[in-house]
Design a protein around this ligand. Structure first.
Ligand code: BES
Ligand code: MN
Ligand code: ZN
Length: 486
């Protein structure tokens, strides 16, 4: 990430390099008017001689009177999407031409707020990379030593966008680091340091002792094979008139998901430090609420456990009495997320009575099969909540897609030995829907939405959209936008 990102009203052409984004239409119509006439002349010349053709993604480094430019073509205006724009901005900022540039100026093809927002996200989300454990000399770009100047008039919205990207990257750091470093104790410290000194905050922390005393046995059961403390951490944020009802956000925080005795195989287990991605998204959203002083009453909650394997681990076939008193057959110890969430949800609904509750979780591999990597799954019992979350999803490009929930699904989680079981239809069939149905049975009449980020939270290859390898911070922009607007 850049050392510093700021806005300046006019291009100076005096930084180490100026990146110039330009559409094919502008090139064709010569509809650019740089104060620097040599620059305009060069652009025309390069275009007419078919050296710089205007194809999307084409770049051309240019030296003019001891100033340096990187020309970047965006292709035809009609084909530019916010995603394609962010990808091109990311790529241009990571271009080898910028290797030694410390101060970089970015001049977009227009000055629309939506365009500048793409510049911010392309720059801050696009150049993020997880390199904490890479030695300095090997394969480490020095982007964190660079300053970026985006040509735009400053405004509060754009400043907020920077904050939101920074919190997204904060979430990515939490997800990317080792599972034995990002423990429940570490996340507790992280949350406490975020809220330190704030007056409108109260925090409730349930550790093993309190969880036992209150009967959150599903959460305890998941953590049973672990040497680390299970925790339910609840931050009450009062950003508006105290009489307003609360919106609750609840994140799945499995610091490592081995699968338990239903152990995950090679090929599925390697990235399971990401299984606290829902909790990390809630923490990133909390950071935003604090920084942006969002005027809403919000409960930020994370259910933290480690799904470890050992002789003390919970056994398939066990029946556990949940906090809600429903008995649950543990049909598969790898379906642990819904167990942690069920207890967290029931506890929050009973003790905090939120008006609506949104949970976010890397819940099911089935969601990756259904929707792939670019859309989170959204399931809800309330049409207005669904509509507003989808609206935020479109506005932020933190994408979600609506999946169904319907009464007949309740048969899928019926158990022979308990009230409900933590497994749905035989393997491969609608696993995202049945996991959500399990959760729904713990929400009662509360308005509820569930966001499954199993596919979106983490990139296993080198890149996807404008994200590099590793955590994406899925959910932070979506939830923040939702809270800002509802
Ligand atoms: N954490 C996993 C889901 C997951 C899969 C997250 C891939 C990210 C990437 C979850 O706890 C899990 O193991 N789910 C099982 C449920 C099954 C046993 C019913 C799954 O999806 O296979
Ligand atoms: Mn699991
Ligand atoms: Zn899991």
């Amino acid at each position: 990430m850049f050392k510093h990102v700021s806005f300046i009203p006019y291009a100076t052409f005096k930084k180490d390099i100026s990146i110039i984004l330009i559409t094919a239409d502008q090139l064709k119509n010569r509809s650019f008017n740089f104060t620097d006439k040599d620059l305009s002349r060069s652009l025309i010349g390069l275009f007419e001689s078919k050296i710089f053709t205007g194809d999307p993604g084409q770049t051309y480094p240019l030296a003019l009177n001891k100033r340096f430019f990187l020309l970047v073509s965006l292709g035809a205006q009609k084909d530019i999407t916010s995603t394609s724009l962010k990808i091109l901005i990311k790529n241009s900022l990571l271009s080898p031409n910028l290797k030694d540039a410390k101060n970089i100026e970015l001049i977009c093809h227009d000055q629309k707020g939506s365009t500048i927002k793409c510049a911010i996200e392309g720059a801050l989300l696009g150049t993020y990379s997880w390199n904490k454990y890479k030695s300095k000399t090997v394969d480490k770009n020095n982007i964190d030593e660079k300053n970026l100047y985006i040509i735009s008039t400053k405004n509060k919205d754009l400043e907020s966008n920077i904050t939101i990207c920074e919190s997204t990257n904060f979430t990515r750091d939490l997800v990317n680091d080792n599972a034995d470093f990002i423990t429940s104790a570490f996340l507790e410290k992280t949350i406490l340091s975020l809220v330190k000194g704030r007056k409108n905050i109260s925090v409730e922390i349930l550790n093993k002792k309190e969880l036992k005393a209150k009967g959150l046995n599903l959460l305890l059961g998941v953590n049973q094979g672990s040497n680390k403390e299970p925790k339910l951490i609840i931050v009450k944020y009062t950003g508006s008139d105290k009489k307003d009802k609360y919106t609750a956000l609840v994140g799945k925080g499995i610091t490592f998901d081995s699968g338990g005795l239903n152990l995950k195989p090679t090929g599925s287990i390697e990235t399971m430090r990401e299984d606290m991605g829902g909790a990390a998204a809630v923490i990133g959203t909390l950071k935003n609420a604090l920084a942006l002083k969002i005027k809403k009453n919000i409960i930020f909650a994370v259910g933290l456990a480690e799904n470890a394997i050992g002789s003390g681990s919970q056994k398939p076939g066990d029946v556990v009495i949940s906090y809600s008193k429903k008995s649950v057959e543990i049909a598969n110890t790898d379906a642990e997320g819904r167990l942690v969430l069920a207890d967290a949800i029931s506890y929050i609904i009973k003790n905090y009575e939120p008006e609506r509750l949104i949970n976010i979780a890397t819940l099911t591999g089935a969601c990756v099969i259904a929707l792939g990597y670019d859309y989170s799954g959204l399931i809800s019992n309330d049409d207005i909540l669904t509509k507003n979350i989808l609206k935020s999803s479109i506005e932020t490009d933190d994408r979600a897609w609506h999946l169904p929930n319907y009464p007949e699904l309740k048969d899928s989680v019926k158990s022979n030995i308990a009230d409900i079981k933590n497994l749905g239809f035989p393997k491969g069939i609608a696993g995202t829907l049945t996991a959500a149905e399990f959760l729904r049975q713990f929400v009662g009449d509360t308005k509820w939405a569930h966001i499954d980020i199993a596919g979106t939270a983490f990139v296993e290859g080198t890149s996807r959209m404008y994200y590099g390898h590793g955590a994406t911070g899925a959910g932070v922009r979506l939830l923040t936008n939702y809270l800002q607007n509802n």
